[in-house]
Design a binder for this molecule. Structure first.
Ligand code: THU
Length: 165
């Protein structure tokens, strides 16, 4: 038996003013994206802004549905938009934020496992890291250098070659 430890390193910031200009702008866009959220059921808005290597940014927000499982998280809305409209793009970084009137969010809201798996596929496809910034509107910000460090055990099977198509 061997015991194995995994460590992840990431950056923590006390507020948006501590970020460099590019990251601050991306967080502000994620905040803007909250306005597109359609979340009448959870009343929990999630917004994301994704910056491509070309400098373009793509926004996403959660889109819910009366048939609950038919809704989609903000991250996947934006990522699949990129897959569909910029299939050859390289993603540099993404910022994610959340807001609700029901309670105060005091910690950064992190992405669900399904979104992490989709992010992992984009990272693997483009063969370069995607930085993920979790932006708490009234609190800390976490900047994670890669999706791999967030989901080290992502489902991967190279013999299912679809990911390369
Ligand atoms: N949600 C996201 O948009 N991203 C996540 O990573 C987790 C959750 C959304 C889904 C749903 O509309 C609402 O937040 C409450 O779960």
């Amino acid at each position: 038996m061997k015991s194995v430890n995994l460590n992840i390193s990431f950056e923590k910031y006390d507020g948006i003013e501590e970020l460099d200009e590019q990251d601050r702008a991306l967080c502000q866009l994620a905040e803007q994206a909250l306005t597109g959220s359609y979340s009448p059921y959870s009343k929990f808005k999630v917004g994301t802004a994704i910056r491509l290597a070309s400098g373009e940014t793509v926004l996403g927000s959660n889109q819910e549905n009366l048939a609950y499982p038919s809704g989609l998280c903000a991250e996947r809305v934006a990522l699949f938009t990129i897959g569909a409209t910029y299939p050859k793009a390289t993603i540099e970084r993404m910022a994610i934020t959340a807001q609700t009137d029901a309670f105060e969010i005091l910690q950064p809201v992190t992405s669900c496992g399904g979104c992490l798996q989709v992010m992992a596929e984009f990272e693997r496809k483009q063969n370069s890291s995607i930085a993920v910034i979790f932006y708490c509107l009234n609190g800390e910000i976490m900047k994670i250098p890669s999706v791999q460090s967030l989901l080290p055990f992502a489902f991967v099977e190279d013999r299912l070659t679809g990911a390369k198509a």
